[in-house]
Design a protein around this ligand. Structure first.
Ligand code: HEM
Length: 193
């Protein structure tokens, strides 16, 4: 697989971030003054509208549309990472070993934790993140599932995979740009090498 360079990732994010700025500017020109709270990123990703949850094993289970969309993006991203030779064996060997043995408990927990994390980080009010802190989760000394300390090049590669996971689910470039800005605020906690 072609490795995404830092410059490539930054170029993608710069293009989508410019689109965000332009569309925000255009929207604000059309707006009259309003007291309504600005929509969160979570609202833009689907928000709190309740929909049927096709990913649940419970018949008739409902879920917020924003969380369902994030769940799809997270699972797609895990599959992109699993196929990404720049990241898979070096960092995710515990997870991949389990899945190779038909044990999906770690996958299910990671999927839930990542979905909770992105839900809360984008502005969801009805979910809680109960996993490790970003610093502990990405330190092999405190998380034996983390194969090695990540460098900033690894971080860029991870974000590139996240962009692919979002694109596979039809997330707009606007929203990908906003999520990209958000994840780069976490780089200092994740990158420990
Ligand atoms: C801002 C970007 C990132 C976010 C938001 C993020 C988030 C998370 C979260 C929420 C968890 C689960 C923690 C828990 O189970 O308590 C996790 C685990 C993990 N992360 Fe990240 N992460 C990011 C970047 C990275 C990068 C760059 C790498 C490696 C290159 C990485 C590798 C891992 C690994 C190996 C695990 C453990 C997976 C497992 O449970 O088997 N993450 N991450």
């Amino acid at each position: 697989m072609k490795k995404l360079t830092f410059n490539t990732v930054m170029a993608i994010l710069a293009i989508v971030a410019t689109t965000v700025v332009l569309s925000t500017t255009m929207t604000s020109c059309n707006k009259s003054t309003s007291s309504a709270a600005a929509p969160t990123l979570y609202d833009s990703l689907g928000g709190t509208t309740m929909v049927k949850d096709p990913t649940s094993t419970v018949s008739g289970a409902m879920i917020e549309q924003g969380r369902l969309n994030l769940h799809y993006v997270v699972d797609s991203t895990i599959f992109v990472i699993a196929a990404d030779t720049a990241l898979n064996k070096k960092f995710f060997s515990v997870l991949l070993g389990e899945v190779g043995n038909n044990n999906f408990s770690g996958f299910t927990e990671l999927s839930k934790n990542l979905t909770d994390f992105f839900s809360v980080a984008t502005g969801a009010k009805d979910y809680t993140y109960t996993g490790m802190s970003m610093a502990s989760a990405h330190n092999p000394a405190t998380n034996s599932r983390m194969g090695a300390k990540a460098s900033s090049a690894d971080f860029d590669q991870f974000v590139g995979d996240l962009v692919k996971g979002a694109q596979k689910n039809g997330v707009s470039n606007n929203l990908i740009g906003s999520v990209g800005k958000l994840v780069y605020t976490l780089e200092g906690q994740v990158v420990q090498k």
